[in-house]
Design a protein around this ligand. Structure first.
Ligand code: PHE
Ligand code: ZN
Length: 878
């Protein structure tokens, strides 16, 4: 455990390191119960005088300490619980020390641990200090040489970063391997893996002719699930060369899949360690969404080799420097592999349903936070997803070519350095000449800005005035907000749906004006006057979601239907449909609250019918257009969240649309029955097919459920299986129960597939779901020690099932609170994530507020809890 009273770390306290570690040699004598680690550091003092050497450590003893080959006297060192301070060292010296670890007992999955019988490490952000005493901060970059020694029989494979140097046999059935990484790196990028693994191998020739040995290491029974990851890796490597001129830099690139992992994956230099969920896939075991996610995560970790590893972060406040940029890069990669608009829709849905709530709650923080207690709590939607939006806005402001030049300059200037978001922005400015001065506020100011826009047409002068007002709600520690620089991409559509030339007051008469512009919104209130607008236009605003803001414009139902039909921006056509659906659903929520019967809005029905019949539109876009906004997004639109009314309104609308358009759903479903292939078009067809099935089943009629059941029986792959199961989940009865039982029997031995079975049940809207989740916690396949399992069952219930989690009797909160407390003793990181489900208690009615607050107080009051969970719960109560 850490200190009893957790202390905040502040950006303003940053001080550069006083010592450089020139090289480090690590020697691991691996044993699951007792691993001995010897470290040998060559050090240079960087400042005058007698600055002591401060080393970090956590849950570490000290078995030996020598300086320049001699024992270091007790009175010139102080060993604290989390620091080892050495005084009066010579300005250059060699420090050797020894620690002993118990990998098998490590359930926190940070530092060195055992998963599936194999050794692996996780060091980001501060896991290295659980391995050895070290200046464990990202601005200390060092050249690593690592020697691993283990039993040959149980650990035939011994891996670390960089290139293999030497291997050999030792007495007593032991063997060893030595690895050397020529690139100086921070400790968070260190990794080792040792165990009984097999690998799929391939090659890649870089643009300049370097031959790279590609290897994906897995447990033997998973060897037939690596093809997709390998193909994805090669695509990512080529794409980064072609798009950003970034080439791989070592002779070998390794990926290792492990079943127990706190996050998605980790970009350790040359040796990525992955949650097996983001590596393993065959069509029989993984859905289309899984395939897409794997491609994206493989690419993300690969892209980190430049944006993160070659150029890294000065301190953890700069985390978005690597994460926001790398998410942006993987988003662009995926957009290039599929339909760009569909990718954008998914990313915006993700941002709105997860990041916007975070930014409006007690955990809100800027993209570059100013303080934290536990850095693990700051791997957030804001740092990742909003951070990526900030990078995207920079690209919008400087243009694609300018962005490329800026990125080239950034990598060239800072290769081998640990830098800040400010360095990134400055490279963009220097390469393009664009002033991003006020734009920097996006890194510093938390909260989602609101844009209130209004339009006024004047027939006499043929002008259209667009008035834009911006504001940003208060967030913790930031009551007052300044106006931001918001790029507002827009067009004006004439009554026939054609985009008008956009001539702004003050433009010269020279060139023909463009039909799309990016307005620079920088003031609290601003007016843009467009000339030569004869008839009242319909504005298409925030095209492609050009800024992560909440936009309001007084559109009528007719305007939205018009934009759905005519907007030339695919994203905005989808967005118009969503806005229409939000209006309709919120009206139904109000009706339900007033005790009235909801009714199906004819405008929504007509819009759905039109889209459903549009054979010219890509199936993937049709599916997006016909998907109603989620319960979480609807909740965001309400003053006091009414989970029951939202759920009922959405269910009512799905059922009513299912009935009203039954013939059309069925026709489209049947026409898509045979949709094979792994490309984006085929995936879009399957998505639409399964959406049609879900609408058909929504009313719960026998015939439709029988269709879903037979679809389950005949499914050729996991996408089809899950599509059928999902359509059945809200309808208790023999169809559902038999299919679930069959699924369990078939996949009991397969952890990744069994996770789907747990998650399906945890997400169900059917009565009795909380009882079922509780019963499933006692299922032999469930374990609090496996993060994927916890996320599948408890994460899905707490974050993806608002009606049952927020049940009025408080039983959902009780179940999750007890799980958090139990989990905290095993894995604080995962426990803290689960605890974020409780933080937005102020958004609910008084009775629920009371229960959620009590749950948070119970968590904070518990003695011996982790700082991770403490920080989340105490911020929520503040
Ligand atoms: N850096 C990892 C990524 O690519 C995420 C991660 C953080 C993994 C911390 C493990 C621990 O995004
Ligand atoms: Zn990342």
């Amino acid at each position: 455990m850490k200190d009893a009273t957790p202390r905040a770390i502040r950006l303003e306290d940053y001080a550069p390191p006083q010592w450089r570690v020139d090289t480090v040699h690590l020697d691991f004598d691996l044993d699951p119960e007792r691993t001995r680690v010897r470290s040998r550091m060559e050090l240079t003092r960087l400042v005058d005088g007698s600055a002591p050497l401060v080393l970090n450590g956590q849950d570490l003893g000290l078995e030996g300490l020598q300086v320049d080959g001699r024992d270091w006297p007790e009175d010139r060192r102080s060993l604290e619980p989390e620091r080892l301070v050495l005084h009066d060292l010579p300005a250059t010296c060699v420090v050797e020390l020894e620690t002993v670890l118990e990998p098998r007992a490590n359930t926190a999955l940070e530092g060195l641990y055992v998963s599936g019988g194999n050794f692996c490490t996780q060091c980001e952000a501060e896991g290295f200090r659980r391995i050895t005493w070290f200046p464990d901060r990202p601005d200390v970059l060092t050249v690593y040489t690592v020697r691993l020694e283990a039993d040959r029989a149980t650990c035939p494979v011994l891996l670390s970063n960089g290139n293999p140097v030497e291997t050999g046999d030792l007495p007593g059935g032991r063997h060893y391997a030595v690895w050397h990484d020529p690139f100086p790196k921070p400790s968070y990028l260190f990794a080792l893996v040792a165990g009984d693994l097999v690998c799929q191998q391939d090659r890649f020739t870089t643009r300049s002719g370097r031959e790279v040995d590609l290897r994906i290491y897995v447990q033997r029974h998973n060897l037939d699930r690596c093809d997709h990851a390998m193909v994805s890796l090669k695509k990512a490597m080529r794409w980064d060369e072609e798009t950003f001129g970034r080439e791989y830099d070592l002779d070998i690139y390794m990926i290792v899949a492990v079943d127990d992992f706190n996050m998605g994956a980790m970009e350790n230099k040359g040796l990525n360690v992955f949650n097996s969920k983001y590596v393993l896939a065959r069509p029989e075991t993984a859905t289309d969404d899984d395939f897409v996610a794997i491609e994206g995560v493989i690419a993300h970790e690969y892209f980190h080799n430049w944006s993160g590893n070659r150029v890294t972060c000065r301190d953890w406040f700069q985390l978005s420097l690597k994460e926001g940029l790398t998410v942006f890069r993987d988003q662009e990669f995926t957009a290039d592999q599929s339909l760009r608009a569909v990718k954008r829709i998914h990313d915006v849905q993700h941002l709105r349903s997860l990041q916007f709530p975070e930014d409006a709650g007690p955990m809100a923080h800027p993209v570059r936070p100013r303080s934290y207690i536990e850095i693990n709590n700051f791997y957030t939607m804001t740092v990742y997803e909003k951070g990526a939006e900030v990078v995207r806005m920079i690209q919008t402001l400087v243009g694609r070519e300018g962005f490329r030049r800026g990125l080239d300059l950034y990598f060239q200037r800072h290769d081998g350095q640990a830098v800040t978001t400010e360095d990134f922005v400055r490279a963009m400015e220097d390469a393009t000449g664009r002033d991003l001065g006020p734009f920097r506020l996006w890194y510093e100011q938390a909260g989602t800005p609101r844009l209130e826009v209004d339009g006024h047409h004047d027939a006499a002068t043929a002008t259209y005035r667009l008035t834009v007002r911006q504001s940003c709600p208060p967030t913790p520690d930031q009551p007052e907000k300044r106006p931001m620089h918001i790029p507002l991409r827009m067009a004006l559509l004439d009554p026939s749906g054609r985009p008008l030339p956009l001539r702004l007051h003050g433009d010269g008469d020279g060139e023909a004006p463009p039909v799309e512009r990016v307005l620079d919104v920088t003031e609290a209130e601003q007016t843009f006057v467009f000339q030569g607008v004869e008839a009242p236009p319909v504005p298409s605003l925030l095209r492609g979601f050009s800024a992560p803001v909440k936009l309001q414009f007084p559109y009528t139902h007719e305007d939205l239907a018009f934009l759905m039909a005519h907007d030339g921006d695919d994203f905005n056509r989808w967005e118009a449909g969503q806005q229409l659906a939000v209006k309709v659903l919120l009206a139904q929520v109000r009706a339900l609250q007033a005790g009235e019967e909801p009714r199906l809005d004819p405008a929504l029905e007509a819009a759905f019918a039109r889209v459903l019949e549009d054979e010219a539109l890509d199936a993937a876009l049709v599916a997006e257009a016909l998907t109603l906004p989620g319960e979480g997004y609807l909740a965001e639109q309400m003053e006091v969240v009414d989970v029951d009314a939202i759920h009922r309104a959405r269910r009512f609308t799905r059922q009513a649309l299912g009935r009203a358009l039954a013939g059309r759903w069925r026709a489209r479903h049947d026409a898509l029955a045979d949709s094979r292939g792994g490309d984006a078009v085929a995936m879009g067809r399957r998505r639409l097919r399964d959406l049609c099935l879900a609408y058909l089943c929504a009313p719960g009629e026998k015939e439709a459920l029988a269709l879903a059941r037979s679809r389950y029986e005949q499914a050729q792959d996991m996408t089809g299986t899950m599509g059928a199961l999902r359509a059945l989940m809200d309808h208790p009865g023999p169809e559902r129960d038999e299919a679930l039982a069959d699924f369990e029997a078939r996949w009991r031995q397969d952890p990744l597939v069994l996770d789907k079975w747990f998650a399906l049940q945890a997400a169900s809207g059917a009565p009795g779901t909380r009882e079922r989740v509780e019963a499933l916690m006692a299922h032999p396949g469930f374990s609090l020690r496996n993060p994927n399992r916890v996320r599948a069952l408890l994460g899905t219930f707490a974050m993806g099932n608002p009606v049952h989690f927020h049940a009025a009797d408080g039983e959902g909160y009780r179940l999750v609170t007890e799980a958090i407390l139990e989990l905290d003793a095993l894995n604080p990181q995962v426990a803290a994530r689960l605890a974020t489900s409780l933080v937005r208690w102020r958004r609910f009615d008084a009775a629920r507020q009371e229960r959620m607050r009590a749950a948070l107080e119970r968590i904070v009051a518990r003695p011996g809890g982790s700082p991770d969970v403490y920080e989340v719960a105490s911020r929520a109560l503040a």
